[in-house]
Design a protein around this ligand. Structure first.
Ligand SMILES: NC(=O)CC[C@H](N)C(=O)O
Length: 398
């Protein structure tokens, strides 16, 4: 096993063994201090906190975290190292990482490397030794806001200059980011050997996690993963039995191209399933609004009620925006839309946020959370079966 002596990763350019300082400057002027972790330099993004006790690698490689600085509330991060199997995409997307107490060296039979090294190799600036509890409470009280991490020489610049760097960075609200993380080229994920192909799905990659096409493929779905800029012609060219829209970064209110594409999918009567960003876009396609949550839901232990079964599932979340239900708190009554009645199928038990939509006149449904989990419990995996069932039913009616 590779050993990672503590002094090896302490710094880049500083005295060996002496960690370099890191300063976090929030857009409201609040400052937190720590030590450089990962790459040394500076980064700015939206400060968000994730409550997952495990799954840091899947979190940081989830493209939905593009332009976000992720504060981990679990104090000890990095214990199990990193490995090639737990990458949810081709790279680490988090704009920055903030931890309290990083593991000095990883220890796990699956570990192939150290998280701090992986962050440094990816050029991701982080901070450790930060009072993440106080920082999280600050974000919970004041709401998500921009933050800069400045480490090494950058940490010694005057406060006013650092604050200006933060306040001049773009806000998350109003940012269109899906095309920045999406694949350039379409590709196909086929069912594993021994699993017969039953359906073809066109999956719009708005920031898709690798586990999603894998779970569809394991159910006999051939998945055509398409770039975010794809047109309805591109979708139709795959001869799909259904269409899927993935999770992804940015403000759903900016995604007009994708909403237009989704309306064409609904007009064509194709079965549709959306996750997270895809759920927000279904809401928009139906004519519902979206809004920014005060601090969002991020973690792997969020309770959600499935109203169709009365079951509560514990689910993985990562969203900062949500669908606005016409009367405020979603009721059991459907809302009227241009595509007929839509029900709030799932609701967050912590705060009544809309966590799922089910259309009654068109074959479309979506959830705001992550049935693919990775990381997280697998309570919601049944939703992939609901999608294959929807395609099955649609085929039987055709
Ligand atoms: N994971 C996601 O798809 C996130 C969706 C959207 N960017 C949000 O923050 O709400």
């Amino acid at each position: 096993m590779t050993q990672h002596p503590v002094q090896d990763r302490a710094d880049q350019g500083g005295a060996p063994g002496v960690p370099q300082e890191a300063v976090l400057v929030l857009e409201d002027g609040r400052v937190f201090r720590g030590e450089a972790y990962g790459a040394v330099g500076q980064t700015v993004g939206e400060a968000v906190f994730s409550t997952g006790m495990t799954g840091y690698q899947e979190t940081f490689t989830d493209p939905s975290y593009h332009r976000q600085v992720v504060v981990m509330t679990a104090p000890h991060i990095g214990n199990t190292g990193v490995n090639s199997a737990d990458m949810e995409s081709r790279r680490i997307w988090a704009a920055g990482v903030v931890v309290r107490d990083p593991a000095l060296r990883p220890s796990n039979w699956r570990s192939q490397g150290d998280l701090a090294d992986a962050l440094r190799d990816a050029g991701v600036v982080g901070a450790s030794g930060v009072d993440t509890r106080a920082l999280t409470r600050h974000l919970r009280d004041r709401g998500a806001m921009r933050v800069g991490i400045f480490s090494g020489p950058a940490a010694r610049r005057p406060h006013e200059e650092l604050l200006r760097t933060v306040t001049e960075a773009p806000r998350m609200a109003g940012s269109a980011l899906a095309a920045e993380v999406s694949t350039d080229q379409a590709y196909v994920v086929s069912p594993p050997e021994g699993v017969p192909t039953r359906f073809t799905v066109a999956a719009l990659d708005l920031g898709i996690k690798g586990t999603t096409p894998a779970l569809l493929a394991s159910r006999g779905v051939r998945v055509h993963v398409l770039p975010a800029t794809s047109t309805f012609e591109d979708v139709r060219a795959t001869e799909p039995d259904g269409v899927f829209f993935s999770n992804g970064p940015g403000d759903p209110a900016t995604a007009d191209h994708e909403v237009g594409l989704l309306r064409e999918v609904l007009d064509a009567g194709l079965p549709f399933f959306g996750i997270c960003f895809g759920n927000q876009l279904l809401g928009r396609a139906l004519g519902l609004g979206t809004y920014k949550l005060p601090f969002g839901h991020r973690g792997i232990n969020q309770p959600v009620l499935d109203r169709s079964t009365g079951k509560v599932e514990v689910t993985a979340h990562n969203h900062g925006f949500a669908i606005a239900w016409p009367e405020g708190v979603p009721t059991d009554q459907p809302a009227d839309t241009a595509y007929g009645p839509v029900r709030c199928s799932h609701v967050a038990l912590n705060d009544d946020v809309v966590e799922g939509l089910r259309c009654e006149q068109v074959p479309a449904f979506s959830v705001q959370y992550h049935p693919e989990a990775a990381a997280g419990p697998h309570d919601a995996e049944y939703l992939f079966d609901r999608f294959t069932q929807l395609m099955e039913d649609h085929r039987a009616q055709a």
